[in-house]
Design a protein around this ligand. Structure first.
Ligand SMILES: *[C@@H]1O[C@H](CO)[C@@H](O)[C@H](O)[C@H]1NC(C)=O
Ligand SMILES: *[C@@H]1O[C@H](CO)[C@@H](O)[C@H](O)[C@H]1NC(C)=O
Ligand SMILES: *[C@@H]1O[C@H](CO)[C@@H](O)[C@H](O)[C@H]1NC(C)=O
Ligand SMILES: *[C@@H]1O[C@H](CO)[C@@H](O)[C@H](O)[C@H]1NC(C)=O
Ligand SMILES: *[C@@H]1O[C@H](CO)[C@@H](O)[C@H](O)[C@H]1NC(C)=O
Ligand SMILES: *[C@@H]1O[C@H](CO)[C@@H](O)[C@H](O)[C@H]1NC(C)=O
Ligand SMILES: *[C@@H]1O[C@H](CO)[C@@H](O)[C@H](O)[C@H]1NC(C)=O
Ligand SMILES: *[C@@H]1O[C@H](CO)[C@@H](O)[C@H](O)[C@H]1NC(C)=O
Ligand SMILES: *[C@@H]1O[C@H](CO)[C@@H](O)[C@H](O)[C@H]1NC(C)=O
Ligand SMILES: *[C@@H]1O[C@H](CO)[C@@H](O)[C@H](O)[C@H]1NC(C)=O
Ligand SMILES: *[C@@H]1O[C@H](CO)[C@@H](O)[C@H](O)[C@H]1NC(C)=O
Ligand SMILES: CC(=O)N[C@H]1CO[C@H](CO)[C@@H](O)[C@@H]1O
Length: 398
C-alpha cells in the first residue's frame, strides 16, 4: 500500500555515484549476482494481498462485518472539523491552535510526507510541521516507509520545533534489483538523521517494506518460505545486517524490524529482527484467503520478535468507478467511519499495536496506481479532515 518510485533521474544517479556515499556504496554489488539478474522489466503490478489468517487472529470478524455494512450513520455534525492549522505565533511552531474534532485516540498512524518520492522530491519542513501538528492531536506515534528525500530529518526536526509528544518508526525502503543503491542511499540518510537528532524520538528502524511480496511477485513465486522467497530473504538479510552494523558502529541501540504484507513473512527474515509489522486490510479480505499466521510464527522463533499491525484502514473513494467496490467492500467515508468505530477503541483497549493507514490522501498513488490507492487518508490531501468523527478513547490521558 505504499510504493516507491524506483526511477532515478540522471542527477540523482550522479548524486548516488558521488562521494556522498563514500566507501559503503558497492558493499552490495559483488556479493550476489541474482540481484541484477532479476531486474523487473515490467512496470510493477499492483498486487493486493490479504491476510485472512491475521485478520481472523487479530481482527476477529470485524473485517467481514465492516465489508458488508454500508453505514447509515450520518456524521454531518462533523462539519466543523476543518483542520487547517493556525500557527498563533509564526516564529513558534510549538504554539498552534488545536482542533477539537481531533482526539489522541490512535495507537499510531502511517505517514509519508508529501513530496518524498524520487526523483522529484519536493517536500518541505513547513508542510511536515503542519502534518506533525495535526498528527500529534491524533496519536503519539507515526510510521514512515522510507528515508528518501531527507524525510527522516524533516520529521525529527518538525517534532523538535513543535515540541509535541511524538515518536517515529523510521525506515529504509530497499529494492531487490538495484545492487543495493536505494538501500545505501537511505542508510546514509538514516545514519545522518540519527547523528543529528539522536534516538529519543525513534521507536525503531524498519528495513524493508513488502520486500518479500514484491520479490515473489517479480520472480513468479507465491510462498515466502520457498526457494524463491529465501533468495529474496538473503538479499534483505544483507540489508538488515548492514543496518545492524551501521547502528553498532555508532554505538546506537535501536530495535530493527521489517514490514511486509501479512502472509508474506519469511521465517529467516523474521528470525533476524526485533519486530515485525504486518499489513492487515479487511478491505481486501475477500480477494484471496490464506491461513498464514504471522503472530503464531513469531511466537515460535527464538528471537520472539514483537508483532504489530503495519497498516489497517479503509479507503473512501476511487480514481475509477470500477474499483470503488471490492466484493462486499465499498469505498466511502461512511464505511471508514464504521471501520474506525469498530476498530480503534477496541484495539486500544486490548493492547493491539497498529498504525492506522493513513494520515492523508496521497494523489501521486492515485495517479500512478489508480483504484482506491490514493484515498486511504483520515484527511483529504489538502489536510482537511474527512467527514468523519474521531472517537475519544484515550483513557490514559489526563
Ligand atoms: C482487539 O481488538 C480488535 C478490534 O476490535 C479485535 O479485532 C481483536 O480481535 C482484538 N484482539 C484481541 C487479542 O483481543
Ligand atoms: C493516550 O495519552 C497518553 C498520555 O498522553 C499517551 O501516553 C498514550 O500514548 C495515548 N494513547 C493513544 C492511543 O494515543
Ligand atoms: C508520550 O507518549 C508516550 C506513548 O507514545 C507515553 O508513554 C508518554 O507517557 C507520553 N508522554 C507524555 C509527557 O504525555
Ligand atoms: C535535511 O533536513 C534537516 C532538517 O530540516 C536539515 O537540517 C538538513 O539540511 C536537510 N538536509 C538536506 C540535504 O536537505
Ligand atoms: C547476517 O549476519 C549473521 C550474523 O550476524 C550471519 O550469520 C548471516 O550470514 C548474515 N546474513 C547475510 C545475508 O549477510
Ligand atoms: C562499520 O565500521 C567498520 C570499521 O570502521 C567499517 O569498515 C564498516 O564499513 C562500517 N559499516 C557500516 C555499515 O557502517
Ligand atoms: C484454514 O485452516 C482451517 C483449519 O485448519 C481449515 O479448515 C481451512 O480449510 C483453511 N483454509 C484455507 C483457505 O486454507
Ligand atoms: C473522488 O475521486 C474522483 C476520481 O478520482 C475525484 O474526481 C474526486 O475529486 C474525488 N473526491 C474526493 C472527495 O476526493
Ligand atoms: C466475495 O466477493 C464476491 C464478489 O466479488 C461475493 O460474491 C462474495 O459473496 C464475497 N465473499 C465473501 C465471503 O464475502
Ligand atoms: C459505494 O460508495 C459510493 C460512495 O463512495 C456510492 O456512491 C456507491 O453507491 C456505493 N456502492 C455500493 C455498491 O454500495
Ligand atoms: C479539501 O478537499 C476536499 C475534498 O476534495 C474538499 O471537499 C474541501 O473543500 C477542500 N477544503 C479546502 C479548504 O480546500
Ligand atoms: C488499482 C486497482 O484496483 N485496479 C483494479 C481496477 O479494477 C480492475 C477490474 O476489476 C482490476 O483489474 C484492477 O486491478
Amino acid at each position: 500500500m505504499a510504493y516507491r518510485d524506483n526511477a532515478a533521474s540522471p542527477e540523482l544517479q550522479e548524486y548516488y555515484d558521488s562521494s556522498h556515499f563514500g566507501d559503503r556504496r558497492g558493499e552490495f554489488e559483488q556479493t550476489n549476482d541474482t540481484w541484477m539478474e532479476n531486474a523487473p522489466n515490467k512496470s510493477k503490478k499492483i498486487r493486493y494481498f490479504v491476510i485472512a489468517g491475521l485478520v481472523l487472529l487479530i481482527l476477529g470478524g470485524i473485517g467481514a462485518a465492516v465489508g458488508v455494512t454500508v453505514s447509515k450513520k450520518t456524521s454531518n455534525d462533523s462539519s466543523s472539523s476543518s483542520s487547517s492549522v493556525v500557527t498563533e505565533n509564526n516564529n513558534d511552531p510549538s504554539n498552534f491552535e488545536k482542533n477539537s474534532a481531533l482526539k489522541q485516540s490512535f495507537y499510531g498512524i502511517a505517514y509519508t510526507p508529501e513530496g518524498s518520492q524520487l526523483p522529484e522530491c519536493g517536500n518541505s519542513l513547513a508542510d511536515v510541521i503542519t502534518d506533525i501538528q495535526l498528527l500529534s492531536q491524533l496519536t503519539t506515534r507515526v510510521r514512515l516507509y522510507g528515508a528518501d528525500c531527507n524525510q527522516t530529518e524533516l520529521v525529527l526536526e518538525a517534532i523538535k520545533q513543535t515540541k509535541v509528544n511524538m515518536s517515529v518508526v523510521v525506515a529504509n525502503y530497499p529494492i531487490a534489483t538495484d545492487g543495493g543503491s536505494a538501500y545505501t542511499t537511505q542508510a546514509i540518510l538514516l545514519e545522518q538523521a540519527v547523528k543529528a537528532y539522536g534516538t529519543d524520538n525513534i521507536i525503531g528502524m524498519t528495513v524493508g517494506n513488502e520486500f518479500i511480496l514484491d520479490y515473489l511477485d517479480d520472480n513468479g513465486g507465491t510462498d515466502p518460505n520457498s526457494a524463491v522467497g529465501n533468495q529474496g530473504a538473503e538479499i534483505l538479510l544483507g540489508f538488515i545486517n548492514d543496518t545492524k552494523t551501521m547502528l553498532s558502529n555508532m554505538s546506537v541501540s535501536l530495535p530493527i524490524g521489517n514490514a511486509d504484507a501479512g502472509a508474506y513473512f519469511n521465517d529467516l527474515v523474521l528470525g533476524d529482527v526485533d519486530y515485525g509489522m504486518a499489513n492487515v486490510h479487511p478491505w481486501f479480505a475477500n480477494v484471496t484467503s490464506s491461513n498464514d499466521t504471522d503472530v503464531a510464527l513469531a511466537s515460535t522463533l527464538t528471537n520472539t520478535p514483537s508483532m504489530s499491525i503495519a497498516e489497517t484502514g479503509w479507503p473512501t473513494n476511487s480514481s475509477d468507478v470500477g474499483n470503488e467496490s471490492n466484493g462486499p467492500s465499498n469505498a466511502s467515508e461512511a464505511n471508514l467511519q464504521t471501520f474506525i468505530d469498530t476498530f480503534v477503541c477496541q484495539a486500544n483497549a486490548n493492547g493491539t499495536e497498529y498504525y492506522f493507514f493513513e494520515y492523508f490522501d496521497e494523489p501521486w498513488k492515485g495517479e500512478q496506481f489508480g483504484g482506491v490507492e490514493g484515498y486511504w487518508g483520515l484527511f483529504y490531501s489538502n489536510r482537511t479532515l474527512k467527514n468523519i468523527v474521531i472517537p475519544d478513547c484515550n483513557t490514559t490521558s489526563s
